[in-house]
Design a protein around this ligand. Structure first.
Ligand SMILES: [Zn+2]
Ligand SMILES: [Zn+2]
Length: 296
């Protein structure tokens, strides 16, 4: 937390003006990486962890755990959590929103990677002032790109098998094999439609389950939708040629885990109840599928 005017460090201060240049400041003007900054009571020194999306206190007004005084986060003395380097407290921006990065594919691959290895951070790094549009675009790209690569590789594979077995790419001619040739496009369209519908319904069900189990989500349903969208890059493994389609058995559970972590990061809800809320709809669909298979 540096003074925007003179770059002076503003940690450990009770005063609300920069000691170097006199510019007034409020802690709420600054954005931090969640769980890296402590808000200490100016009366008793009791630290409270900034767990909100912007590393702020949630809620902004609290009762001090030490002296029971009512405090607003702007009255408190800030410092990095002991053992956390000052650099690590800087607000993290999800690479998908780094619009100054002109190489689209670099931005995209970085966002996919961050969604896999740090889903909580990836979701909290979605700027809160944006609409859900950019996150939805990221989801749409994933829903189209991975199935298309997967289906295209399977098509090429089956054409090669035909060539080896029958000496022809298409043994029964281009007419009857039209469905095979169109399979990448059909598969991609199906994935896009079902994936989009599922993610919208899933985010609504998570939000409803959180309210039903007595949680108070920090923000609305759109942030939950963004959390699901921004972690959907875990399905990248399904784009591995030929075997990729089989890997969805692994990437679907991986998405549920990443989504639960991401939802918890943006909604600041209790971990177990967030996990149950995230698992509810996929579990229901799994049970329905098993029932249908058993009935058939
Ligand atoms: Zn200053
Ligand atoms: Zn206190």
């Amino acid at each position: 937390m540096r003074c925007p005017q003179c770059n002076y460090r503003l940690w450990n201060l009770t005063a609300r003006a920069c000691p170097e240049c006199g510019r007034p400041f409020k802690p709420s003007e600054f954005e931090f990486r969640p769980n890296t900054v402590e808000f200490c009571c100016p009366h008793c020194g009791q630290p409270h962890l900034g767990q909100g999306v912007l590393g702020h206190l949630v809620p902004e007004r609290i009762t001090c755990a030490g002296c029971r005084r009512e405090l607003h986060m702007d009255q408190m003395v800030l410092r990095p959590v002991p053992g956390v380097d000052e650099k690590r407290t800087q607000f993290y921006l999800n690479p998908w929103f780094e619009l100054h990065e002109r190489i689209f594919f670099r931005r995209y691959l970085a966002a996919v990677w961050h969604g896999i290895v740090r889903p909580g951070l990836a979701a909290s790094g979605v700027p809160s002032q944006t609409t859900y549009g950019p996150s939805a675009n990221f989801l749409i790209i994933n829903l189209c790109l991975f199935p298309f690569i997967s289906a295209l590789s399977l098509l090429i594979f089956s054409l090669l098998v035909n060539l080896l077995r029958y000496g022809r790419w298409l043994p029964s001619g281009p007419g009857p094999d039209l469905l095979l040739l169109a399979s990448p496009v059909i598969f991609t369209m199906l994935s896009l439609m079902t994936g989009l519908a599922f993610t919208v319904v899933w985010s609504t069900s998570i939000q409803a389950m959180l309210y039903l189990t007595g949680c108070r989500p920090h923000t609305g349903r759109m942030r939950t939708f963004e959390a699901l969208a921004i972690t959907s890059g875990v399905h990248v493994f399904t784009a591995i040629p030929v075997i990729g389609a089989l890997l969805s058995v692994l990437t679907i559970p991986a998405w549920i885990v990443a989504a639960a972590i991401a939802v918890r990061a943006v909604q600041a809800t209790p971990p177990i109840r967030t996990a149950l809320a995230t698992l509810a709809l996929p579990l229901l669909l799994l049970i329905m599928t098993i029932n249908l298979v058993l009935l058939a």
